[in-house]
Design a binder for this molecule. Structure first.
Ligand SMILES: Nc1ncnc2c1ncn2[C@@H]1O[C@H](COP(=O)(O)OP(=O)(O)OP(=O)(O)O)[C@@H](O)[C@H]1O
Ligand SMILES: [Mg+2]
Length: 321
């Protein structure tokens, strides 16, 4: 087994709002090897974006990482100096944000942003960077690339902004790509193109991908492994094929059962009766117990650990041996 390029160990994140502290990530761990795709799935509010932002320490000021390690090629990113961290961001670990328009600078043209990105990480002249930027835009399927370099983000649709972000990621051939809902709100054709581009990057550069989505059907298309997040905790983690063939956690079972009965074109994660927990109000038991059809006394009283089973992990008392 090769050494993981990214290893998250017992990551804990809290938000403090109005002097109240709420735990949003409660000890998340996983590791990711070169060229592998891990899908992180879960309902809205489960902590997917907070997890992504904490990897590069881009959390809002109200949040803080209260424990754990984020090992990139064995080095803990949480103990790097700000300048050492800047050298990793973008270049070695790239991120595609949930809201693409927020990650492009509105007052710079697309061409300026692409050339700046290239020049920040490589020794390359401005004209060469501009030529490469045009090539990159056409590689991500933007027609008339040369001309469009002079346009501004507001002249690009959401899908095109997302493709610009992927073009930047392609340019840098990062070791890790973190893609946070990269296709939400895009139509199905563009969605397929973006997935294709992420796969291309993964294959061509051996990039390891953390693919965040609430859409299990998408996860099934792209992931090698799937991690199901709920209330800031990993509920189940398994190779994708095994998880979809035989989900062990009642939460995963619920997600998949409602997905199966869904009309194919619908995007939203189907509802399981009840609501996800509010951060900081999870109590002592399993956070899914209030909605779980199989919950019994112990589930409400104490939080199950992650049980290891056949190379999979599941946080459910029903799996206790
Ligand atoms: N700025 C903030 N201030 C306080 N709490 C926050 C803030 N951002 C997130 N949270 C808390 O963190 C939890 C997880 O949020 P996060 O954005 O990671 O969810 P998500 O899984 O990405 O959801 P979505 O599918 O809607 O993108 C939220 O339920 C909320 O309690
Ligand atoms: Mg999110």
């Amino acid at each position: 087994m090769t050494a993981p390029v990214l290893a998250v160990r017992d990551l804990r994140v809290e938000f403090t709002v109005d002097k109240r502290t709420a735990a949003v990530l409660r000890g998340l761990s996983y590791s990711l090897e070169k060229g592998r795709v891990l899908a992180v799935v879960g309902e809205s509010g489960s902590g997917k974006t907070v997890h992504a932002l904490s990897l590069l320490q881009l959390l809002p000021q109200t949040a803080h990482i209260s424990g754990g390690e984020i090992l990139f090629n064995g080095k803990n990113l949480l103990s790097l100096s700000p300048s050492a961290l800047r050298a990793v961001r973008g270049n070695k670990i790239s991120m595609i944000f949930q809201d693409p328009s927020a990650s492009l600078n509105p007052v710079l043209s697309i061409g300026e942003q692409l050339t700046e990105t290239l020049r920040a990480h490589r020794k390359i002249s401005r004209p060469d960077a501009r030529r490469e930027a045009a090539v990159l835009l056409s590689r991500v399927g933007i027609a008339d690339a040369e001309k469009r370099l002079d346009e501004y983000p507001f002249q690009f649709s959401g899908g095109m902004c997302q493709r610009v972000m992927i073009a930047m990621a392609l340019a840098l051939s990062p070791e890790v790509l973190i893609a946070d809902e990269p296709t939400t709100a895009l139509d199905v054709t563009i969605q397929a193109q973006i997935l294709g581009l992420v796969k291309k990057l993964q294959r061509a550069a051996g990039t390891a991908v953390v693919f965040i989505t609430h859409n299990l059907a998408l996860a099934a298309q792209i992931a090698d492994d799937v991690l199901v997040l709920y209330g800031g905790l990993c509920m189940e983690k398994a190779p994708a094929a095994e998880l979809f063939a035989r989900p062990l956690h009642p939460y995963t079972q619920g997600l998949l059962a409602s997905l199966a009965s869904l009309n194919e074109t619908r995007e939203e994660l189907p509802a399981i009766a009840g609501n996800p927990p509010v951060a900081g109000e999870c109590g002592a038991g399993c956070p899914f117990a209030p909605r779980c059809p199989k919950a019994f006394e112990k589930c409400r009283a104490s939080l199950p650990p992650l049980f290891e089973k056949d190379g999979r992990q599941v946080r459910c008392w029903l799996e206790e041996k």
